[in-house]
Design a protein around this ligand. Structure first.
Ligand SMILES: Nc1ncnc2c1ncn2[C@@H]1O[C@H](COP(=O)(O)OP(=O)(O)OP(=O)(O)O)[C@@H](O)[C@H]1O
Ligand SMILES: [Mg+2]
Length: 334
């Protein structure tokens, strides 16, 4: 089977930098990965490693002082591939894609909903932009969706403005909006952080159901390894703006190859491991983006550092579909 045909989204060699007064901040460098149709890909990594910047780029939301330095993001449609970053950010084509083809649950829902409109109006507008429905019909869908994501009294809350809602409630409204047009790709950036455990389970189940029914692909960003284990088919691990490891979730969980991934997994609670003992943390702090080490970005924090790590490692295939950017796994570096 032609694998490329099964991908819904392909990111190639993406580099995004912020041109700040203090200097150039390379937030995302050399990032390449795909999201297959109907699958869930989890994007992992410590705070500041470039997950949200990558996610926002897929929505063509790179804002100044951020700039696309190189690379492409392509979305597969029935009529062929469309190159997202070549489209005008606020043009007609991009508007057609947002919400209808790619939707996003933003990490900061409070600031991602428009304050001047009720959440109901915002969901209704997204629905009516893409589906030929009356205002009444769209409003009913909005109410049903709000109920599905656990908003109590949705008939009433549909007319609330974002500032009248708590953080958790805004997050649910954002999720309802992301689901409203049955998009082909949902980007979920920490979708359940502000939610209590019951609602969290409900939202994850709703995402899974949406995936089953509408064959949706999901790009999931979360710090919760339990959620990753439960939801993801594939995992992409980022460190300092670069991908250090990627592969099928079982492979990466059971046989993490990059020392960073090994440390990351050792430092987060996992549902299958007892929490009686203190979790080891990754030694050292993430360097700021103005001082990224030459060669491997994990130099200085790595417990297996070698001389050769002063040179940038190449991506090595460690098992089918599983790669790690680490010199340790290069059998022959000649
Ligand atoms: N507006 C901005 N101006 C300057 N630098 C920025 C800006 N936005 C992001 N960055 C840089 O990009 C890096 C990556 O940020 P990003 O938001 O993608 O991290 P993240 O992986 O989503 O982290 P978290 O887990 O905390 O959400 C940040 O460390 C920061 O240095
Ligand atoms: Mg983020």
């Amino acid at each position: 089977m032609n694998k490329a045909r099964d991908n819904l989204l392909e990111i190639n060699d993406l580099a995004i930098a912020f041109h700040t007064d203090d200097g150039l901040v390379p937030a995302v460098s050399d990032v390449s990965f795909s999201v297959p149709a109907c699958k869930t890909v989890a994007l992992l990594g410590e705070s500041g490693c470039g997950k949200s910047v990558t996610a926002r780029a897929i929505m063509n939301f790179i804002e100044a002082p951020g700039r696309l330095e190189k690379g492409s993001i392509r979305l597969r449609r029935d009529e062929g591939w469309v190159s997202i970053l070549d489209l005008n950010k606020s043009g007609e084509e991009m508007r057609r894609i947002r919400w209808k083809e790619i939707s996003m649950i933003f990490q900061d829902p409070m600031n991602s909903l428009t304050p001047a409109y009720t959440v109901g109006d915002q969901i209704v507008e997204a629905i009516r932009l893409h589906r030929k429905l009356s205002e009444e019909e769209a409003r009913q869908i909005a109410i049903d969706l709000l109920a599905e994501v656990g908003v109590p009294a949705p008939q009433r809350r549909v007319d609330d403005y974002p500032h009248q809602m708590s953080g958790g409630m805004c997050q649910r409204a954002m999720i309802a909006m992301a689901l409203s047009c049955n998009p082909r790709l949902i980007i979920a950036d920490e979708p359940t952080t502000a939610l209590d455990v019951t609602i969290q389970a409900q939202v994850l189940e709703l995402l899974r159901k949406t995936q089953r029914v509408h064959e949706t692909s999901i790009l999931l960003i979360t710090h919760d390894m339990g959620v990753v284990a439960e939801m993801a088919d594939e995992v992409v691990v980022m460190y300092l703006g670069r991908i250090v490891e990627k592969g099928p979730v079982r492979e990466v969980f059971n046989h993490p190859k990059h020392p960073y991934t090994q440390r990351l997994f050792a430092s987060v609670p996992r549902p299958d491991i007892s929490r009686d003992t203190d979790l080891p943390s990754i030694p050292g702090a993430v360097p700021d983006h103005l001082h990224i080490p030459e060669g491997c970005p994990f130099r200085g924090r790595c417990h297996e550092e070698m001389k050769i790590c002063a040179r940038a490692p190449v991506e090595v295939t460690v098992s089918p579909e599983h790669t790690a950017a680490c010199w340790l796994h290069l059998e022959d570096d000649s």
